[in-house]
Design a protein around this ligand. Structure first.
Ligand code: FAD
Length: 480
């Protein structure tokens, strides 16, 4: 009988558990529910929505090669999905629905409602763990709690992971075009365009060539990374000017590549995920961070609601500083590495990990602005925007999260720049006002330099701002 596969953040044909399992049972029809209004409500902006839209086109073509039609539900929000799926199953005569699990609370609630609704219609539901090596809840501490700290989680992950969990799924076979209960051929639907406005603003996405969508593009990136960069990853991953990382995050976030495919590639090169080449094993460590934050979403649901992981930090007195916030967003803080990073985010939809840490810490410590404002700004621009990692990263920087940076360890943005962008190359590439200055002065332009180039003077003094943050955090622990 006809098998319906609902594709969500797993937009690929290869190594897709739900698709592979469904195809082993009978003819397959795929379905997506773009729910753009819901995505906007979750804070995503045009960059990510456009990447999704382009990804759906590529996916539809790839599926067509197997004669798998891609249906598109006309749903704006998650609330509409259960009924729309039930109607589609009815229309097609499908008695089974397969999907790979997602872990944020709204997604899980949506899936719970889908289960309820389809049970009423006698459609069998098949759910799979696909995004992660372990289903959240499988890896718990000795006390039966979710891990709230990364290192023991990752040790346990390495200890328990085995070849069964990492085995790649078979791609489906080319099938005959499926037919509905009346014997009519089933055809795919049109992919909706990007809405014209998002939150009242024109929805303009970046140049599509910056982030070509789809699994082929993702595989090419993986290949290039492994060939040219992976073995030096541990030395180069912190240097924004060298592009030493994989730049696979947007593809992982929408499942245009699977984490298993990344692990398999490392195993093929290195024979192990934990030992051997330091570059490759450090990269695996980052992939495990991704898994860790998904487990956190399930184990500590409050973070889904943008509440701090560490409850006592709820009482922190964040500053209302709209002018400071706008200067940060626009890359005009007068701290060159911070400004270069923020401009990278806005111009490319992506920011280097080291710089995500530097800019997030600058906002939450130097400006003492609520991390949630920064988290939301990142989300609207990031092509890879994803609740688990974004929230985790922000709470880390704000010292409110799991494994958080201790509040007194505040990055000095100038020395971060000097250390990780030694020759000011990255600054020059993003802050043209400073490009003509000698490398050393790009990190700390003088008052004259600023006057001549139009680059702003620092909006806060590092020492004073640092002290203000220390005092605020100290007052918090006293008031506990
Ligand atoms: P690589 O270094 O090649 O790493 C490989 C993959 O591992 C990444 O693609 C990503 O999927 C995963 N990964 C790497 N670092 C982390 C991490 N610290 N936490 C979780 N997963 C990680 N990552 C996102 O995917 N989406 C986000 O919305 C996001 N927001 C962030 C916000 C802040 C404040 C911080 C500090 C980090 C954030 N990260 C986020 C994590 C990290 O910065 C990006 O995953 C990374 O920069 C992506 O580049 P890459 O693909 O070249 O990574």
């Amino acid at each position: 009988t006809l098998q319906l596969v609902w594709l969500r953040s797993d937009l690929r044909v290869h190594d897709n558990t739900a698709l592979s399992q469904a195809a082993a049972r009978g003819p397959v029809v795929a379905v997506v529910a773009p729910c753009l209004a819901q995505w906007v409500e979750h804070g995503h902006g045009a960059n990510k929505l456009d990447f999704l839209r382009r990804g759906l086109h590529v996916l539809q073509q790839a599926l067509a090669g197997y004669h798998i039609p891609l249906k598109v539900l006309d749903c704006d929000t998650f609330a509409e999905v259960p009924e729309a799926l039930a109607a589609l199953c009815d229309q097609l005569g499908a008695q089974a629905l397969h999907f790979n699990d997602e872990y944020a609370v709204n997604e899980r609630e949506r899936d719970r409602r889908v289960r309820e609704r389809l049970t009423e219609s006698d459609v069998r539901l098949h759910r799979y763990t696909d995004m992660l090596a372990f289903t959240p809840g499988e890896l718990l501490t000795g006390k039966g709690d979710y891990y709230g700290v990364f290192t023991p989680f990752s040790k346990r992950w390495h200890k328990e992971v085995d070849s069964r969990r990492l085995a790649l799924n078979e791609a489906p076979q080319v099938q005959a075009t499926p037919r509905d209960a009346q014997g009519r051929e089933i055809h795919g639907d049109a992919i909706p365009p990007l809405p014209e406005t998002l939150k009242g603003e024109p929805a303009t996405a970046l140049d599509a060539e910056l982030w070509p969508a789809g699994e082929e593009a993702a595989q090419e990136r993986l290949e290039r990374f492994l060939t040219f960069r992976a073995r030096r990853y541990h030395e180069q991953r912190d240097i924004p000017a060298t592009r030493g990382t994989s730049e696979l995050s947007p593809y992982l976030a929408l499942g245009m590549i699977s984490a298993r495919q990344c692990y398999a590639a490392v195993l093929a090169e290195n024979g192990s995920l934990a030992d051997g080449d330091v570059g490759l094993t450090s990269w695996v460590n980052e992939l495990i961070w991704r898994e860790f934050y998904q487990h956190i979403l399930v184990g500590f649901p409050r973070v889904n609601r943008h509440r701090p992981f560490q409850r006592h930090t709820e009482a922190l007195q964040w500053r209302d500083d709209d002018a400071g916030f706008v200067a940060w967003c626009e890359g005009r803080t007068g701290y060159p590495i911070v400004d270069a990073a923020m401009r990278q985010l806005v111009q490319t939809g992506w920011m280097h990990n080291r710089l995500r840490m530097v800019t997030a810490m600058f906002l939450t410590k130097h400006l003492l602005i609520d991390w949630r404002r920064g988290e939301a700004f990142f989300m609207t621009h990031l092509v890879d925007g994803e609740l688990g990692a974004n929230n985790g990263g922000w709470q880390w920087a704000a010292s409110t999260g799991t494994d958080a940076a201790p509040y007194f360890r505040i990055f000095n943005p100038t020395t971060q720049g000097q250390r990780f962008d030694k020759d000011g190359e990255f600054i020059a590439s993003m802050v043209p006002e400073l490009a003509e200055l000698p490398a050393k002065r790009r990190h700390q332009p003088s008052a004259d330099d600023c006057q001549q180039t139009g680059y702003p003077r620092p909006i806060v003094d590092h020492k004073a701002a640092r002290q203000r943050a220390l005092d605020t955090f100290k007052a918090l622990s006293k008031s506990e």
